[in-house]
Design a protein around this ligand. Structure first.
Ligand SMILES: Cc1cc2nc3c(=O)[nH]c(=O)nc-3n(C[C@H](O)[C@H](O)[C@H](O)COP(=O)(O)OP(=O)(O)OC[C@H]3O[C@@H](n4cnc5c(N)ncnc54)[C@H](O)[C@@H]3O)c2cc1C
Length: 537
């Protein structure tokens, strides 16, 4: 039996970063808010709670103290180049969102978060510097002390301790299936309880869709696979939300909302199977060591230009997907692993997550022994051996055939090591890039100084098999700068708003083809605040 409909001013669908930020703003304006989430209360906070917590902001105190001169103009140039925006395009919603983001990130995102008790690591990191296309000209990736977990726990505290907390109704385990339309206006939503399967309805003046992207559905990821990446790989790991299945994208489309750029995704190249999976195909995204050699399934170094992380994540995915088998290997040794191996997210960065400055310093100075032990003990995609022949045998055993060729692996490692022995200036592009990134102190601490692969004292040797891992939807529900959902003619649908990853972080794809990194969490805060401001108005 259906319970009586709930009534409120705004119903927020989705309790991730976007939904929570919007709820906070709406409460502050005295609105009665109902927030619905399909997940259980322990997962309140969505993907951001699992995230690394890196946020792209322009013109911060941390940048100034580190001597970084950054401006919205510079950031916009980087953004438009990296996203491959059409230079003549001044009017599209993604373009306008990009411009609005860089112009207001310092106030609307950074200071807003700081005012709610969130702080950042002292040194911004320099990610996505760009390769054949220009990327971040300066470091802008501000990591939250406490990672994404700290970010979300703090915002949830703000929500529960809000002076108008009594205006908020929270409902977990409630799956929204569709929107209610009356007289060409969206007036609510309906769905079912996950536990009882009983139907429910919520009626409101405004409905905000903040249900995340589509990248948790491998069927949708495959359906919208970008043409640049050939056919979808046989194995795609899931690094997105288990409920990011596009149900609300369909619901928005059913009432006339426009979906755009769904083939634009921010997937990663270095996924491994999670050893404590919480969803089918659960993957972890490695921060691939720069000093490791990136090999194809035969054990040949991928080239002629070697793959190195930190410049263009999308290109890494494109290059691996162009291989006959669309997965890869990284060849390294213990010394490289200790200094450079990392996994994106809160779960495997306990020092930052727990706000332990001492722990972070220890990991940087002496190597991350905890993570290496965790991986060598549990990670099914990592093999360790004392010699190259033994390592190749183990790689082939894992691969299930004799595809990895010992002489190809030996040749790749010996050639690379010979280049290091010869010294600078380097011919090898990977070594040139290592030299470049080591010029920035934030990277120097985490990058070996030209480490040979076969150096006996740096062993044992290791190889990691890496799959493409699905992560963020760059496209989504098209919105204007008030986060109002637009129909195919460009008109706003009365009563309907979308924010966060559901809206491609703003405008149905504000990043364009590539994201400068950190624009995802930042985009959730920004688009949610825009939605709340418009609803309040
Ligand atoms: C490991 C990891 C590391 C990351 N690191 C970073 C980083 O450093 N920087 C960065 O910018 N980004 C990062 N991201 C991406 C970022 O976390 C997400 O893009 C962002 O948190 C999305 O927030 P959201 O609120 O839009 O959606 P979500 O967090 O996906 O929340 C959506 C909510 O809606 C609910 N929901 C879904 N469908 C329904 C339905 N039908 N009915 C009711 N509820 C529903 C879900 O249960 C969920 O709680 C990372 C992601 C991961 C997984």
């Amino acid at each position: 039996m259906q319970s009586a409909p709930l009534h409120c001013d705004t119903v927020v669908i989705g309790g991730g970063l976007a939904g929570i930020v919007a709820a906070l703003e709406l409460l502050s304006a005295g609105k009665r808010v109902t927030l619905l989430d399909r997940d259980s209360e322990e997962n309140f906070g969505g993907l951001a709670k699992e995230s690394f917590g890196g946020i792209m902001v322009v013109g911060t105190d941390e940048q100034r103290r580190a001597g970084i001169r950054d401006t919205p103009e510079l950031a916009l140039q980087d953004w438009l180049a990296f996203g491959e925006f059409n230079p003549t395009d001044r009017e599209s919603w993604p373009r306008r969102w990009a411009e609005a983001y860089v112009n207001s990130s310092a106030g609307e995102i950074y200071r807003w978060l700081k005012a709610r008790g969130i702080s950042f690591l002292p040194l911004p990191l320099w990610v996505e510097r760009g390769d054949t296309t220009r990327g971040n000209s300066v470091p802008r990736w501000h990591v939250v002390w406490g990672t994404g977990q700290g970010l979300m726990l703090q915002l949830i505290v703000c929500l529960h301790s809000h002076p108008r907390r009594d205006l908020l109704t929270l409902r977990f385990g409630t799956r929204v299936d569709g929107l209610i339309e009356e007289s060409r206006r969206i007036v609510g939503c309906h769905g079912r309880s996950e536990a009882t399967n009983l139907p429910f309805e919520v009626r409101a003046d405004a409905v905000l869709v903040a249900t995340g992207g589509i990248n948790g559905s491998m069927e949708r990821v495959r359906r919208h696979w970008h043409a640049d990446w050939r056919t979808p790989p046989q194995t795609i790991l899931n690094g997105a939300h288990k409920f990011a299945d596009g149900t609300l994208h369909d619901a928005v489309q059913a009432v006339g909302g426009n979906l755009t750029h769904l083939d634009r995704m921010w997937n990663y190249a270095a996924g491994v199977h999670h050893w404590r999976p919480r969803k089918p195909g659960h993957g972890l995204s490695l921060v691939p060591p720069r000093s490791a050699l990136w090999l194809n399934w035969r054990g040949e170094r991928i080239g002629p230009k070697p793959l190195v992380t930190g410049f263009d994540t999308r290109d890494l995915v494109t290059r691996i997907c162009a291989e006959e088998r669309q997965y890869s290997w990284q060849l390294l040794n213990r010394r490289i692993a200790l200094k450079e191996l990392a996994i994106s997210g809160a779960e495997f960065n306990p020092s930052i997550r727990n706000g332990s400055r001492l722990g972070l310093l220890r990991d940087l100075l002496f190597g991350n022994h905890w993570l290496l032990k965790e991986m060598t003990t549990n990670c099914a995609d990592l093999v360790v051996a004392a010699s190259l022949p033994e390592l190749v045998d183990k790689m082939n055993a894992l691969q299930g055939d004799d595809g990895v060729n010992l002489s190809a692996v030996s040749e790749a490692a010996a050639h690379y090591d010979r280049q290091i022995e010869r010294g600078e200036p380097y011919d090898d592009d990977q070594l040139r890039r290592i030299a470049l990134v080591r010029q920035w102190k934030g990277d120097r601490l985490r990058t070996c100084k030209f480490q040979k692969i076969l150096e006996p004292k740096a062993g044992p040797l290791m190889a990691i098999r890496e799959f493409i891992i699905s992560r963020k939807s760059l496209g989504g529900i098209q919105t204007d700068l008030d986060s109002r959902v637009l129909d195919a003619s460009g008109a706003a649908i009365p009563g309907l708003y979308a924010a966060g990853e559901a809206a491609g972080f703003g405008g149905g794809g504000m990043n364009g083809l590539r994201g400068l990194e950190g624009t995802f969490l930042g985009g959730c805060v920004f688009s949610a605040r825009r939605a709340a401001a418009a609803i309040i108005k």
